[in-house]
Design a protein around this ligand. Structure first.
Ligand code: UDP
Ligand code: GLC
Length: 418
């Protein structure tokens, strides 16, 4: 079966069809598999944005289980996806510290959740786990559900973000229990390969696909009038605007952008995003830092926004400042689709998106002066800025199309049950 056929077969039979047909749990031959998608959070992070169109493409034969409630549930339901929340506060709130101090008291909750997930998974042909905790709980339940487990890896599994015990558990489950890993970038695939000793060529890389139409729509709606767009968003019409998009978290490096801003007297910085996973102290610290640097009047904290294409198109330049290697970086691809020059941190999956001087500019992670110089260079040479932006859009449309992503993902799912 070719890819477009596969996608068509994953489409809902009729709009809004959400519940799974009664016979769904029985895999009885070479037909499109039914899928249970499992994700640990109700927040809208990049992994959840990646799952959204895939779950939507599979509405007729798939459901989503979330291990915590949140805005993701409503977003999925708006797209016609059937969602169930299996939350257990004791397990959802487990962080590194709690695992160390409190593992014993959490064990009954963990076991309950593994059993509940396995009960759901048994009704489907394949269990698709979209986050790390989902993978662990889904894989540990495999003796109960006996379904192939496919893991969409969105992280660079290293000590920068994960505890020693966590990495050990992931290593063994990835090696012996998970049937198929699919990675969002070569960087993520290689890190897991090094950790678990799985040959990298056995981890297919399927980068996220982004819907370019949402970006074209902004142009159509605003008739390309950037000043009007800025007025609508409450941004200064005449200033040079640098935008940084993404959740507020130390490793996303918003503090680096603020330091750069302090060295760029007439530039304004727009920070779009909110702390999604408890990083409120960091968010408060950014406001304090802005005050200390004397740049408060030139920083715009926009909070979490649903209309990223419009916010990106209102910018003169788009920054990416992660200080740890970014597993992929949807915001970098989106910035390119927005037709704005992108300055990104040269590490991780970003190196699979941006080629320095060709479709964007790269700076070393954490290099404040590098960002200052790159912004100065783009301001000095608007023709270069335009060329990079144009090439960025071409490359992003070619390499990160939604259609290719969905077709490759649905094929990977189909293969996992053979
Ligand atoms: N995003 C959004 N509104 C915001 C901030 C972020 O819709 O205010 C989206 C953004 O467009 C992107 C995703 O959140 O699609 C973040 O994904 P990325 O891969 O860049 O980073 P992650 O948070 O997953 O590490
Ligand atoms: C993760 C990563 C991000 C990636 C996203 C989608 O959240 O942090 O870099 O773009 O997943 O795969």
């Amino acid at each position: 079966m070719n890819a477009p056929d596969l996608i068509r077969r994953f489409q809902p039979a009729k709009a809004g069809a959400a519940a799974l047909p009664a016979e769904a749990g029985v895999y009885d031959g070479p037909r499109t598999p039914t899928v249970l998608f499992l994700d640990q959070t109700g927040q809208m992070g990049g992994a959840e944005f990646a799952l959204l169109p895939l779950a939507e493409a599979c509405t007729a034969r798939g459901e989503v289980v979330l291990l915590a409630d949140g805005p993701f549930r409503a977003r999925l339901e708006e797209h016609g996806v059937y969602v169930k929340v299996l939350s257990d506060a004791r397990v959802s709130n487990l962080d590194r510290e709690a695992v160390r101090l409190n593992l014993l008291s959490a064990v009954p909750g963990i076991l309950r959740q593994i059993r509940a997930i396995a009960r759901e998974a048994r009704r489907f042909d394949v269990l698709f786990v979209n986050t790390q905790k989902a993978m662990v709980l889904g894989a540990l339940g495999k003796p109960l559900h006996r379904r192939p487990v496919i893991w969409f890896l969105h992280d660079i599994m290293s000590r920068a973000h994960f505890g020693r015990v966590q990495l050990l558990v992931v290593k063994w489950l990835a090696r012996y229990v998970v049937d198929q890993v699919v990675a969002n970038s070569r960087a993520s695939a290689e890190a897991l390969s090094a950790l678990a000793g799985i040959p990298a060529e056995r981890i297919p890389v399927i980068p996220n696909g982004i819907d370019a139409a949402a970006f074209h729509k902004v142009d159509a709606d605003t008739a390309d009038d950037r000043a009007a767009l800025r007025r609508r968003l409450g941004l200064p019409e005449d200033a040079y605007l640098a935008g940084l998009f993404g959740r507020l978290a130390p490793w996303k490096g918003q503090h680096i952008a603020l330091q750069a801003l302090a060295k760029l007297p007439d530039v304004h910085l727009v920070l779009v995003g909110a702390p999604l996973f408890g990083e409120h102290a960091y968010a408060d610290g950014l406001r304090l830092q802005a005050e200390e640097l004397g740049v408060t009047g030139r920083v715009h904290f926009a909070g979490f926004r649903d209309d990223m294409p419009a916010w990106m198109k209102a910018m003169d330049v788009i920054l990416h400042t992660s200080i740890d290697p970014e597993p992929l970086g949807r915001v970098v691809i989106e910035g390119m689709l927005a037709g704005r020059p992108v300055i990104a941190a040269a590490a991780g999956g970003v190196l699979e998106i941006v080629q320095d001087g060709h479709n964007g500019l790269l700076t070393q992670p954490g290099d404040v002066d590098g960002i200052v110089d790159a912004i100065d260079a783009l301001r000095l040479r608007p023709d270069v800025a335009r060329r990079l932006a144009r090439q960025g859009t071409i490359d992003a449309q070619r390499d990160f199309s939604l259609e290719t992503y969905l077709s490759r993902m649905t094929q990977a799912i189909a293969r996992a049950v053979r």
